[in-house]
Design a protein around this ligand. Structure first.
Ligand SMILES: *[C@@H]1O[C@H](CO)[C@@H](O)[C@H](O)[C@H]1NC(C)=O
Ligand SMILES: *[C@@H]1O[C@H](CO)[C@@H](O)[C@H](O)[C@H]1NC(C)=O
Length: 95
């Protein structure tokens, strides 16, 4: 009975640990290549710099995302968010 409780506790800890990264909109590491494991839903359009973006297909554990660049590095954002579409339209229009 006690062993079970310890096991459950361990499982709980394991389940909680990866969550410390989950709010970050940054580029978490994949096994082979860096990829987005989460996307931010915040409007970060004012922070976007440069005119590069990448679309990332969903490939577990990576999620479908658009990668944009800010001064602090790449961010993962949701492809369907309207501000993301505005930024992409703005980038592609300029080229
Ligand atoms: C996102 O924020 C920018 C300014 O920071 C604003 O111009 C734009 O309209 C916003 N987009 C949405 C969809 O809220
Ligand atoms: C579009 O690009 C221009 C020039 O880089 C920038 O000033 C403007 O804020 C951008 N608009 C959006 C919606 O990203």
């Amino acid at each position: 009975m006690i062993k079970m409780k310890i096991l459950l506790l361990l499982l709980l800890l394991l389940a909680v640990c990866p969550c410390s990264h989950s709010s970050a909109a940054h580029y978490p590491t994949g096994k082979n290549r860096p990829c987005c494991l989460h996307v931010s839903r915040k409007n970060l359009s004012s922070q976007v710099v440069g005119s590069a973006f990448h679309k990332q297909p969903a490939r577990f554990p990576c999620v479908r995302a658009v990668i944009l660049y800010t001064q602090t590095g790449p961010i993962c954002v949701h492809p369907r968010d309207s501000w993301v579409q505005q930024v992409i339209a703005n980038i592609t229009k300029k080229e």
